[in-house]
Design a protein around this ligand. Structure first.
Ligand SMILES: Cc1ncc(COP(=O)(O)O)c(C=O)c1O
Length: 409
């Protein structure tokens, strides 16, 4: 029997929630750009830096402790992804890891080989493949998004696959619109054609528990700073791919996967803090069992809470004249992230007004989902993005709705 942690005790873990702005407690709607951090995570980062600071692989206590930090974090993220510790690699952020692996993979490809990218993706999963197009003559094929629904139609994928297709780069969820793409089906289609799959789960992982075994991708990457951890990138990759991809390496560095994927000395403190963030996330559901089981319970609770709050947000936005909601409605596969435009007002101005009027912190722009914003015709104006996180409340949702309504009145 699990007892989900009440929202008040969850919120009490986040010192940032005590911050005031314009005389009110800050409501953070900027989670899709980076979430707030529980104190236990920040304390872990400080603990590593203050008491266990060393480089890895040497024969004295602090260095052995650093090795243990890496081992523990790999095991933790193996549970998180439902993979094996030997399949977990760390990097500065998702984008760096994507550029790194793309460069390595591209070395085995010929001019005229093809990579499929999507119009719904953050350019962190476009630019690395675009670089191969510029540098090696790789041909990019674009999986178009349906502008009316903000989705990728699966039945468009088979037409894009040719005998020259080497890889499909696809996002699990749109960080601009919240749309969840059926990556399991997309990966199955690609795999049936012998095509590698590179999944950007940066926006999906905070909302849905990753399952590498079920998804069937070759690489899945995410960024723990989007789910209550420090700034870091983490990927799960098929072991034989991580063992063989021709990434740029220092000759004296280990050639053993997964460490051969690392470039230089990693941020051990961020890696330790990210593992603590996963462990913290596992407390949300209040259940027992293995880390993976506790995480599954937490994600269930998150999904239930987010669905209720998100419906309130979506419906409320729909009732404000002049506000246009972009992306799919509740009840369809989506995260609790919505972007809106407010008449023809620049999103930056609306974001500033929400902060000053009601201490609601929401992001604006294209969020590097540049092609999505272009296709929606809102790149110049920008989108205002409202994202819900584990600490979001109905009061905060009502507050941002009231502030928006007052702003357009
Ligand atoms: C969907 C998505 N992909 C990729 C990225 C880039 O991640 P990182 O900042 O870790 O490079 C982001 C960041 O916002 C994102 O939301």
């Amino acid at each position: 029997m699990s007892h989900p942690r009440p929202i008040e005790t969850i919120r009490a873990d986040f010192p940032a929630l005590t911050r005031q702005h314009a005389g009110r407690p800050v409501a953070y709607f900027d989670g899709p750009g980076g979430t707030q951090v529980p104190d236990v995570v920040a304390r872990r980062v400080a603990d590593v830096m203050l008491h266990h600071n060393a480089n890895a692989h040497w024969n004295y206590p602090t260095s052995r402790e650093t090795d243990a930090i890496l081992d523990h974090a790999r095991a933790t993220f193996a549970s998180f992804f439902n993979g094996d510790p030997s399949e977990i690699a760390f990097g500065a952020n998702f984008t760096s890891l994507a550029f790194h692996l793309a460069r390595g993979l591209g070395r085995a490809w010929q001019a005229g080989d093809e990579v499929i990218v999507t119009e719904l993706d953050h350019h962190g999963n476009v630019a690395p493949w675009q670089a191969l197009a510029d540098e090696r003559g790789i041909v990019l094929r674009w999986w178009p998004m349906d502008v009316a629904t903000g989705t990728l139609a699966l039945d468009r994928l088979p037409d894009l696959l040719t005998p020259r297709t080497r890889l499909l780069a696809v996002g699990g969820a749109s960080n601009a619109l919240g749309t969840i793409t059926d990556i399991t089906a997309a990966c199955a289609t690609a795999r049936a054609h012998g095509v590698l799959t590179f999944v950007d789960a940066v926006h999906l992982a905070p909302h849905q528990l990753m399952d590498a075994a079920a998804i069937g991708a070759d690489v899945i990457g995410c960024s723990p700073y989007k789910f209550y951890g420090p700034h870091l990138g983490v990927l799960w990759g098929r072991r034989d791919l991580l063992a063989s991809v021709d990434v740029p390496r220092l000759q004296p560095a280990t050639n053993e996967p997964p460490e051969r994927i690392h470039v230089g000395t990693p941020s051990f403190e961020a890696i330790a803090g990210a593992a603590t963030a996963v462990e913290w996330l596992a407390t949300v559901g209040g259940g027992g069992g293995t880390l993976r089981e506790r995480l599954a319970g937490s994600y269930d609770v998150l999904a239930q809470r987010e669905a209720v709050l998100f419906a309130r947000l979506w419906d409320g936005l729909g009732g404000i004249p002049g506000v246009t909601r972009h992306g799919p409605p509740p009840g369809t596969p989506r995260t609790a992230t919505v972007s809106v435009t407010v008449g023809d007002r620049p999103a930056a101005a609306v974001a500033g007004a929400l902060a000053d009027r009601a201490a609601c912190f929401a992001s604006h722009g294209d969020f590097y989902a540049m092609t999505t914003a272009e296709r929606l015709g809102v790149r110049a104006q920008g989108l205002l993005r409202i994202g819900l996180a584990v600490y979001s409340t109905a009061e905060e949702v009502d507050r941002v709705l009231e502030a928006l309504a007052a702003e357009v009145a």
